[in-house]
Design a protein. Structure first.
Lengths: 138, 397
């Protein structure tokens, strides 16, 4: 099956902004102007202090694999031809979490705790995702 | 030992559980509710309250029309699917305890097989990826682009973290799968009647590492219902009253939102909330301890849910759920705390955990197939990965 890669089609302006930054090669996340707390996925107010004053800051891109799996059939049509494939949850230095894929490791070799770096990757022409690679691989 | 609530379960009912039953959710719900009424010795006209899941397909008013219920004084739904497995009973008991209604039915009905389930219906069965389409909004946009799209994928991620933090092994989940399939093998109502060995579990195909096929809940149709009324009225009815000792709910991010789940869960000992604090309230309100529980019904979309629930509700230390299972504690008849004695969601059936409610009642009536000797306290909790809750049931002494 040659289904296209599932693409975000966000309704909210904040979600759209996140993906716009990704499309331009940047990983930016929300930070509360008043208390400095980072948050992701995007939201209109800070859960720590209630402030709606927000800025979009460049994330360090550094973090670690927090959880991992290797996915077998059945799965999304766009991923069916890749099985088995790896998926991870990573925790960034800023304390927020992303679901992602490790691009440079056999999925069986991805362990929880692996240091990672986010790499904005063009997975289809014109479509980018924040994927990750093992940090020690430079 | 009647706890703090003036409510009791007086009737239980369920349909057959099978694939492709070719019956509507409404038909199945009516059968289960009528069976629960018959069990209690009540007419359906006595029902004045209905509690279900927010994803339930059967509307309250359709039950009124189909069953001939003259008046409903209370209608309520719990958040989430399997997370509400205990809470629909808890809400029913709360309503009776507070006088909002006198006779409340809690139910769940599923037609996993209907063609609509694989198409446009976002709330009822079917493959997640068959329903998402190309419009990835809300939580889906943070998962599907990376190939994470089903509860199995999400529970696998949760399991991997537990294994990392505590040294839990995939075989621990397999041991629970084996125990539940043994329970199911003795249960004539179960879909899976053949027991399995740990080698069978190892040979079952991988779904999402560490989850294997035999860890997964079944895909089937069916319905289950329980009826709650006041403890005083319960004593005049057909069956021995099964008092609701206490009930709790807690809010927590659901597994379908992994970024939020991992930021806030109490599963890995970094925080103190969710089921951990709810469990303390549950037992304090009932005036008992986890060690007083004789049988546990744990909603188990995947077997990894069992050790996580055992830990967070205080049946063992955080992280000790795997060894607890390995010790045989969860296996009937010799375990200290038999879990899912009807066979659970991988053995009896998957009714989003609501088939666990009748089993808890049977255990306290002394009528279970895999009867725990002298069972006096049953614990029921919803799926540990959701906004959820728990209930303690007792015997009327």
């Amino acid at each position: 099956m040659s289904a296209g890669h599932p693409r975000p089609d966000p309704i909210g302006a904040d979600d759209g902004r996140f993906w716009s930054y990704v499309a331009s090669g940047e990983l930016r996340i929300q930070r509360c102007v008043d208390c400095g707390a980072h948050r992701h996925p995007p939201r209109s107010l800070c859960a720590a202090c209630g402030s709606t004053a927000v800025e979009w800051v460049a994330a360090s891109g550094r973090g670690e694999v927090w959880a991992r799996t290797v996915i077998h059939p059945p799965t999304l049509p766009a991923f069916a031809s890749r099985t088995p494939y790896g998926a991870v949850v990573v925790r960034l230095e800023e304390g927020v979490f992303l679901v992602s894929n490790v691009v440079d490791r056999d999925p069986d070799d991805v362990a929880v705790g692996l240091p990672i770096t986010v790499v904005i990757t063009e997975v289809e022409p014109g479509f980018h995702l924040p994927l990750v690679r093992a940090a020690e691989d430079g | 030992m009647n706890g703090s609530m003036r409510a009791a379960v007086v009737g239980i009912g369920q349909t057959a559980y099978a694939k492709d039953m070719a019956r509507t959710e409404l038909d199945l719900a009516c059968d289960a509710i009528r069976a629960a009424c018959d069990d209690a010795g009540l007419t359906v006209a006595a029902i004045d309250g209905v509690v279900s899941y927010h994803i339930e397909q059967v509307a309250e008013v359709d039950l009124m029309t189909a069953l001939g219920i003259p008046e409903l004084r209370l209608m309520a739904r719990t958040p989430s699917g399997g997370g509400g497995g205990a809470s629909i009973l808890g809400l029913a008991a709360l309503a009776v305890d507070q006088g909002a209604a006198e006779c409340v039915v809690a139910f769940r009905s599923r037609n996993r097989s209907k063609s609509a389930s694989y198409g446009s219906d976002p709330n009822q069965g079917g493959r997640p990826w068959a329903k998402a389409g190309d419009r990835l909004r809300g939580a889906l946009q943070w998962e599907h682009p990376f190939g994470v799209a089903s509860p199995a994928h999400e529970f696998a991620l949760i399991a991997s973290r537990h294994m990392h933090v505590y040294g839990t092994r995939a075989e621990h989940f397999g041991m629970q799968a084996v125990a539940q399939r043994f329970h199911a093998s003795r249960n004539p109502d179960a879909i899976m009647r053949s027991p399995i060995t740990l080698d069978d579990w190892r040979a079952s195909r991988p779904i999402a590492d560490p989850i294997r096929l035999f860890d997964c809940s079944l895909e089937n149709d069916g319905a289950a219902a329980v009826i709650v009324t006041s403890l005083a009225r319960a004593r005049d009815l057909r069956q021995p009253a099964v008092p609701v000792l206490s009930q709790v709910q807690y809010g927590a991010p659901i597994h379908t939102q992994p970024c939020d789940f991992f930021a806030t869960t109490a599963a890995f000992g970094e925080r103190d909330g969710g089921a951990v604090t709810a469990g303390r309230r549950l037992f304090t309100q009932a005036g008992i301890r986890p060690a007083d529980v004789d049988v546990a019904l744990i909603v188990d979309p995947f077997t990894v849910a069992v050790p996580l629930a055992l830990e967070q509700y205080g049946f063992c230390e955080l992280g000790a759920g795997g060894p607890f299972i390995e010790s045989g504690a969860t296996r009937w008849p010799d375990g200290a705390l038999p879990v899912n004695t009807h066979g659970g969601s991988n053995g009896e059936a998957f009714i989003h955990g609501v088939n666990h409610l009748p089993e808890a009642v049977r255990q306290l009536r002394g009528s279970a197939v895999n009867q725990v000797a002298d069972a006096e306290v049953a614990f029921i909790c919803g799926a540990i990965s959701d906004p959820s809750g728990a209930v303690l049931l007792g015997v009327d002494r």
